[in-house]
Design a protein around this ligand. Structure first.
Ligand code: FAD
Length: 513
């Protein structure tokens, strides 16, 4: 994508948003709708890779252009040019440092004396963030995953589903999807409440008029209302190096932005600053800005993830394709086995159009190879944390990060429970693809890191922000993204973090009305 010349950064705006992933985009969208008088600027460290800004790379039909968009998202450590464009390729390998297309690994992910560390901790740097590369699974949290002190969470989740265009129907009639759900239900539903039984996964995916599946990302969240907002601007290759505070440190004054095309630094005044830079870089920016509450970077939790694959046995005859032809793509037909307190893990069962391991007989019916991914809720501990170095900088010149992280006995027990459940699910569906047991991915591989700027209902030192996502004690400074989620979730977190962003943005809009 050609770089358009930049006229310059504004001297001042009302709201400066750092990061253009789904969480940052949600602030821009809600404020464009509810407070159109406000001047908004999104500053994004990565380049523009797709059009409209934030569009998912899967929606780029041309393979070479899609590969280029992925390489451009991989920040300082891009994959080789010829890397596969499919995030499911090589998925079921036991490589400790699996780098998915569109992401790059934290260089010192495995660090941490005596800790397991987080070898697969990854980020994306591009307009749209990881939301331009994600799978789009958007389940609602349940039982202990739910943030109990937020009475409006249900309404915010409704709004998040609207912003992400979530639908449980769009992939529900893929070939054999009904059969997959039926078999899973027989095996797993006997002790589950109605809304926590096996069902079609709500997905941020929609079908275009011509029948193609389109993945929704930050472009969908921004929507036309943001793109058409004359008071909204998006700056790519613009790294925020510091949130600037008033002298007393209790109120924001703006941001310091480095133009990565020229290396020049600029100060942009803002009454509100929303840091939506992902769970690793949001606390990094706060640390760099001297905002260092005790809980910053702590309670880091990733969802331990097990994967397995089966080939369905006794396939039923397929009914003729419905109008529009429901094809099978790399991840169509997604069933959901929800988290419950009795089963503290979450199953994502994806029908694949190809096997993740080479099979001797490759005459496969599309949708008959099924990948099972079980994510576990991690025991929350303040000791699991990001330590920021003041004497060493990362590739962007920001404080280098070290991850201290360990699985506890409780975590290992949850993983054992998940292993038993995944085998039960597999047995119900068909035969394993080979004789290797379910594989536990290295820490970080889930790409669902939470807790590092966690929300709390009281300022007791165990949280970073209040129920509106405003940092305790710093007026006008908001945090967004998965790092805000304070509960130990096993479900994919983006819907929840977009919901929390809705709550924060509505708070700003209400204060300005
Ligand atoms: P991001 O999308 O990570 O965006 C943050 C942005 O901030 C980045 O673009 C970054 O460059 C920018 N930034 C950081 N620091 C600065 C700075 N100082 N200045 C300027 N810009 C900065 N989640 C799900 O819920 N369901 C799924 O099915 C799912 N599947 C996934 C599959 C894959 C292959 C991947 C890669 C991710 C998946 N995820 C999934 C995770 C999901 O993409 C993230 O949860 C989501 O994108 C987080 O949104 P965000 O806006 O908080 O952060």
């Amino acid at each position: 994508m050609p770089r358009s010349p930049r006229a310059g950064f504004p001297a001042d705006v009302d709201v400066a948003i750092v990061g253009s992933g789904p969480a940052g985009a949600a602030y821009a969208r809600v404020l464009s709708e509810r407070a159109p008088q406000l001047r908004l600027a999104v500053f994004e460290a990565g380049p523009l890779i797709s059009d409209p800004p934030g569009t998912h790379v899967k929606n780029i039909a041309d393979t070479a252009r899609r590969a280029r968009a992925q390489r451009d998202s991989e920040g300082p450590r891009p994959l080789v040019e010829a890397a596969s464009t499919d995030t499911m390729d090589d998925y079921a390998t036991d490589r400790a440092r699996l780098q998915r297309p569109g992401t790059f690994l934290l260089p010192n992910g495995p660090q941490g004396d005596g800790d397991t560390g987080m070898p697969a901790a990854a980020m994306s740097s591009n307009v749209g963030g990881m939301g331009a590369h994600w799978t789009g699974a958007c389940p609602r949290p349940g039982d202990a995953e739910v943030i109990g002190f937020l009475p409006e969470l249900g309404a915010w989740l409704d709004e998040a589903e609207r912003l992400l265009d979530v639908s449980a129907e769009v992939l529900a009639d893929a070939p054999f999807a009904d059969e997959v759900r039926k078999r899973l239900s027989v095996a797993l539903d006997h002790d589950r409440a109605g809304d926590r039984q096996v069902q079609a996964m709500p997905m941020a995916v929609r079908r275009a008029a011509d029948g193609r599946l389109l993945w929704c990302g930050a472009d969908t969240v921004f929507g036309d209302v943001t793109r058409d907002n004359p008071r909204f601007e998006l700056f790519s290759e613009a790294l925020v190096t510091r949130v600037v505070l008033e002298e007393d440190g209790q109120c924001v004054r703006g941001v310091r932005v480095r133009d990565l095309r020229t290396g020049t630094e600029h100060e942009v005044a803002a009454r509100y600053v929303v840091v939506a830079g992902d769970s690793l870089r949001t606390p990094q920016l706060l640390h760099a800005s001297g905002v260092r509450p005790a809980a910053l970077g702590r309670h880091l939790n990733d969802q331990p993830q097990l994967v397995y694959a089966v080939r369905m046995r006794d396939l039923p005859d397929l009914p003729p394709a419905a109008g529009g032809g429901v094809g099978v793509s790399a991840s169509s037909g997604v069933a959901w086995v929800p988290y419950t307190d009795a089963h503290p893990y979450h199953g994502q069962v994806m029908q694949l159009d190809a096997s993740p391991v080479p099979l001797e007989d490759d005459d496969l019916a599309p949708g008959s190879v099924v990948g099972l991914g079980w994510f576990c809720a991690k025991e929350l501990r303040a000791e699991d944390r990001i330590a920021f170095r003041d004497d060493e900088m990362d590739g962007y010149g920001m404080p280098a990060m070290e991850l201290h992280y360990r699985l506890t006995e409780t975590d290992l027990a949850a993983i054992d429970g998940a292993r038993t459940e995944i085998l039960r699910a597999a047995e119900a569906l068909g035969e394993p693809l080979d004789d290797t047991p379910p594989l536990l991915f290295p820490a970080g591989a889930s790409l669902h890191y939470q807790g590092t700027v966690r929300m709390g209902d009281i300022d007791d030192g165990a949280s970073v922000c209040d129920p509106n996502s405003q940092v305790w004690g710093v007026r006008g400074l908001f945090v967004a993204g998965n790092g805000v989620i304070p509960t130990a979730t096993a479900c994919n977190p983006t819907l929840t973090s977009v919901a929390l962003a809705v709550g924060g943005a509505r708070g700003i809009a209400a204060a300005e009305s």
